[in-house]
Ligand binder design. Structure first.
Ligand SMILES: Nc1ncnc2c1ncn2[C@@H]1O[C@H](COP(=O)(O)OP(=O)(O)OP(=O)(O)O)[C@@H](O)[C@H]1O
Ligand SMILES: [Mg+2]
Length: 261
């Protein structure tokens, strides 16, 4: 049975899809079988991030409502084809019942090690479905104050529903944290009241690579190691091993300086 992670935040544009795609990619590279689902039915873009838009014959609704078999609906990615992707429909004509949808996601995920559900900002029916079937949530926030408040509210509301959250700080700018012009890591943990899973630096190279359907892999990307740390920490939590530090080997960030703010 897959462990299902909901990637969420009420605030839009904070990097939920970026984090979802890269976590899924890194887990697959560790040899895990991963199902990545795009639950943003208004403007799903994960297929573009993964560079597989031309290979999507069916979408997640076709899989959920049985219009095609699950195997044909997933796009297999990665050298070992460990990453299976279910894309969002271009237009959704199905009446989505969150409970049914959630039960189908669980069934579709049963042969995988992990399922990563990328959701839109706001309280959509697909977010409700994702909340019903997730084991844990990854709440994404940037140093922007509105995003921090969004993350706090998201984690509060998940806690009320009995879902535990961990925080991923995305687009992290170390310099502004060091000189206190923007929120630092400790203050974000405190404000959101959410334990820290990872810190992903602002990575301009990744942003441009994404536009060509290329994920953050290798030394060209300062975020690549940070995503590796996130999945290593996810694995460690499940196996009760000691996790690597969040900023382990991440270039360009002085740990001692940013971890005092
Ligand atoms: N760590 C990062 N460094 C630089 N740019 C980033 C980073 N993370 C995300 N971005 C950029 O920020 C933009 C928004 O990212 P993304 O689409 O992942 O956000 P989102 O939360 O999924 O948005 P939405 O709410 O619309 O679904 C994209 O252009 C992406 O390339
Ligand atoms: Mg998105």
């Amino acid at each position: 049975m897959a462990r299902i992670y909901l990637v969420t935040s009420y605030k839009g544009g904070v990097g939920k899809s970026t984090v979802s795609a890269n976590i899924a990619n890194k887990l697959a590279k560790l040899g895990k079988k991963v199902l990545l689902c795009d639950l943003d039915f208004d403007l799903g873009t994960l297929d573009l991030l993964l560079g597989c838009e031309d290979r999507m014959l069916f979408d997640i609704c076709d899989a959920v409502y049985g219009r095609a078999d699950a195997e044909s609906c997933t796009v297999k990615l990665g050298a070992d084809k460990n990453l299976a992707f279910l894309g969002a429909p271009y237009r959704c004509n199905d009446e989505t019942d969150p409970e049914y949808f959630a039960s189908r996601i669980k069934e579709l995920a049963k042969d995988y090690d992990y399922a990563i559900l990328d959701t839109p900002g706001g309280n959509t029916v697909t977010l409700q479905a994702a909340r019903l079937c997730s084991d844990e949530a990854i709440v994404v926030a940037t140093q922007n104050p509105a995003s921090i408040r969004g993350a706090e509210k998201t984690a509060d509301s998940l806690a009320e529903a009995g879902i535990s959250s961990r925080l991923v700080i995305n687009c992290f700018d170390a310099q502004s944290a060091e000189n206190s012009s923007r929120a630092g890591i400790l203050s974000m943990i405190d404000s959101t009241k959410t334990p820290l899973l990872g810190v992903i630096p602002y990575d301009r190279t990744m942003m441009f690579a994404q536009e060509k359907g290329v994920l953050s892999d290798g030394d060209t990307f300062i975020s690549s190691q940070a995503f590796e740390n996130v999945v290593s920490r996810m694995e460690a939590a499940l196996t009760h091993k000691r996790p690597v530090p969040v900023l382990y080997k991440v270039r360009g960030i002085r740990r001692k300086k940013v971890l005092t703010k």
